[in-house]
Design a protein around this ligand. Structure first.
Ligand code: V47
Ligand code: SF4
Length: 366
């Protein structure tokens, strides 16, 4: 095997590379150094080592669709292009029947998962959403329901007058199988005050995920990057996730979400480059040594960057989607009507030199 460290001149980077080669965890300050100093090719090699150790040459995808129950939201995050106040002509709100109709459109298709995330509706509580889950499970018991960001959960559970533990355990009984990673944004309390002051705190986000893991409900984690955060803020965010994962082991995947600038009030910031996206995937893969999967969410970054990300630590492209999400197209994402056939997603992966593997929501091979 080539000793890659002999090619690295910077003494600090050389030490970090040696650690990664030996499968030794890197510290937050070493993670920061990678962000500050490591060039893209080196990050590709180092993240490739970790990626191969955890996921071999496999790249995963699933067959899924989304339901976005409403874009009405009690909050007003500065980066969000999606939410609208009640009464706005662009706002929507589906009834249970309309959402079941979306589920029924997939009756003859081999989908395995429905992803349900929307705005925080002022008048819907846990019992309203619990009934929705019950109806979906009654219609198609085998469909895995991954639903509700921690922000939606916090609101619907407190509106129902329950504790987080009671609420999550009731939702599990209604049919909740796992929780998506949204709402994490960036954990720095100072930045949260600036970009999403009203929504649940970082501490609450982490408590909800920790409680769900303890109740046997796995979840994902996200980071919103490429806005006003520093590299140190990204590392702080990942360190809080890594510490929680050491305690529970309940996170399935980490999903870096790139800030997109259309139709929101932070557009003046612009967007980071594809090089920055790839560097971010790579450092995430190396730093989060205890989260098995790094997801490149293709409707957000586009098919080509998602394909490239497989060589920078990502091992999961999420799913076929079938044109059922608007969150990113409203924020100016590459994919306006995101949809991929299984053949397309598989050849995207093979073309990049990886082996496509269809997975279920818990990353079992199908
Ligand atoms: O929390 C909102 C983000 C998230 C913008 O768990 C934006 O499998 C970029 O969490 N630019 C919701 N991002 C989506 C989400 C998600 C997506 C795919 C898969 C999974 C999963 C979870 O979308 C929000 C927020 O961080 N977001 N506005 C924007 N302008
Ligand atoms: Fe509401 Fe979520 Fe948009 Fe924030 S990001 S305004 S919580 S829909």
């Amino acid at each position: 095997m080539i000793n890659i460290t002999s090619y690295i001149e910077d003494i600090d980077l050389k030490k970090i590379a040696e650690k990664i080669q030996k499968n030794v965890r890197i510290s937050p300050s070493e993670g920061l150094l990678l962000f500050d100093k490591a060039e893209l090719p080196l990050l590709g090699i180092l993240s490739g080592l970790t990626r191969r150790r955890i996921n071999g040459n496999f790249a995963f995808y699933n067959r899924n669709f989304h339901i976005e129950p409403t874009n009405k939201c009690v909050y007003n995050c500065r980066f969000c292009s999606y939410h609208k106040p009640s009464g706005d002509p662009e706002s929507w709100e589906y009834s249970h029947e309309q959402m079941l109709d979306i589920v029924k459109r997939f009756d003859n298709k081999d989908v395995t998962e429905v992803h349900i995330v929307g705005g925080v509706h002022p008048s819907h509580d846990l019992f309203y959403y619990g009934e929705l889950l019950r109806k979906i499970k009654q219609h198609r018991p085998s469909l895995h329901i991954k639903a509700f960001s921690a922000i939606e959960l916090d609101y619907m559970i407190s509106k129902a007058g329950l504790t987080i533990e009671e609420g999550l355990s009731q939702l599990k009984d209604y049919g909740l199988d796992s929780i998506p990673g949204g709402g994490a944004e960036i954990f720095s309390e100072e930045l949260r005050k600036n970009i999403c002051d009203e929504k649940s705190s970082s501490e609450m986000w982490l408590t909800i995920h920790e409680t769900s893991h303890r109740l046997g409900i796995p979840s994902n984690a996200t980071i919103l990057y490429g806005h006003i955060e520093t590299f140190a803020d990204r590392i702080d965010h990942m360190e809080r996730l890594r510490t929680l994962q050491d305690r529970t082991g309940g996170f399935n995947a980490f999903i870096p979400l790139k800030y997109k600038k259309e139709n929101n009030s932070m557009a003046y910031l612009g967007e980071v480059s594809i090089v920055e996206d790839l560097r971010n995937y790579a450092v995430s893969r190396i730093f989060l040594d205890n989260i098995s999967h790094i997801k490149a969410y293709w409707p957000m970054i586009g098919k080509e960057t998602a394909q490239l990300s497989l060589s920078f630590g990502a091992d999961d492209l999420d799913g076929t989607i079938d044109d059922t999400t608007r969150i990113y197209s409203m924020a100016g994402a590459e994919e306006k009507n995101p949809s991929m056939t299984t053949d397309e997603i598989r050849s995207l992966i093979s073309e990049a030199g990886f082996e496509p593997v269809e997975r279920d929501s818990l990353y079992n091979r199908i």
